[in-house]
Design a protein around this ligand. Structure first.
Ligand code: UP5
Ligand code: MG
Length: 195
């Protein structure tokens, strides 16, 4: 994709930091297509005839990162569909969560414009996920999977945030306030980028 025509904003943060919640706010008020990598993987997992269903199920339950080829192919396909429908602006939520994915995406798909990072302590994320797990039906919203997701986030995904930070492309938002307050900070980050 051409960086002149396609705008990608990464939305990163730990499990339960509020990525999905805030992306829903942004798409309501701005001209963005929301692509949650986790949602795309869960849809592929459940798609009749998918050759990756079992693999994705195992990785997600274990909190591990699905091989990048699968995730990037799903993202590219969704981006092509959205561009064809006239929306070339993307909030990519929960991706890249490992350095190899970040580099491949920026080199082979399109460089990101910037990253919104939800800074959130485990003490805030854990109760949110356990609560959501009561009704979400997500196979990874249980204490055992959540613990693994936190470990993978710290060891694999934080280096991606730190890397984008070294090139001044990270806007850090504290996740600890109410969703509306957090959204005010998100809007300030977008405004700083001329949006
Ligand atoms: N909530 C939200 N904001 C709140 C606030 N300010 N105050 C109080 N409560 C708040 O929010 C989580 C919960 O908190 C909700 O109940 C919400 O109401 C409440 P949500 O907005 O859903 O947070 P989010 O950050 O989106 O949490 P999520 O669980 O989706 O994050 P993960 O990053 O863990 O999940 P994701 O779907 O991105 O990935 C799941 C798995 O897919 C990964 O573990 C991995 O196995 C796989 N994956 C890959 O392999 N590769 C990828 O590229 C992406 C995913
Ligand atoms: Mg989410």
């Amino acid at each position: 994709f051409s960086p002149q025509d396609v705008n990608v904003v990464f939305v990163l943060g730990g499990p339960g930091s509020g990525k999905g919640t805030q992306c829903a706010n942004i798409v309501r008020d701005y001209n963005f297509k929301h692509l949650s990598a986790g949602d795309l993987l869960r849809a592929e997992q459940d798609r009749e005839g998918s050759q990756f269903g079992d693999l994705i199920r195992d990785y997600i339950k274990a909190g591990k990162i699905v091989p990048q080829e699968i995730t990037i192919a799903l993202l590219k396909k969704a981006m092509e569909e959205s561009i064809a429908q006239g929306t070339p602006n993307f909030l990519i939520d929960g991706f890249p969560r490992k350095m190899d994915q970040a580099l491949t995406f920026e080199e082979q798909v399109v460089p990101s414009k910037f990253t919104i990072f939800f800074d959130c302590p485990i003490s805030v994320m854990l109760p949110r996920l356990l609560k959501r797990g009561e009704t979400s039906g997500r196979a990874d919203d249980n204490a055992e999977s959540i613990k693994k997701r936190f470990t993978v986030f710290e060891s694999q995904s934080m280096p991606v945030v730190e890397y984008f930070d070294t090139v001044d492309k990270v806007f850090k938002v504290s996740c600890a306030d109410s969703p509306n307050k957090v959204y005010e900070h998100v809007q300030q980050a977008l405004a700083k980028n001329g949006l």
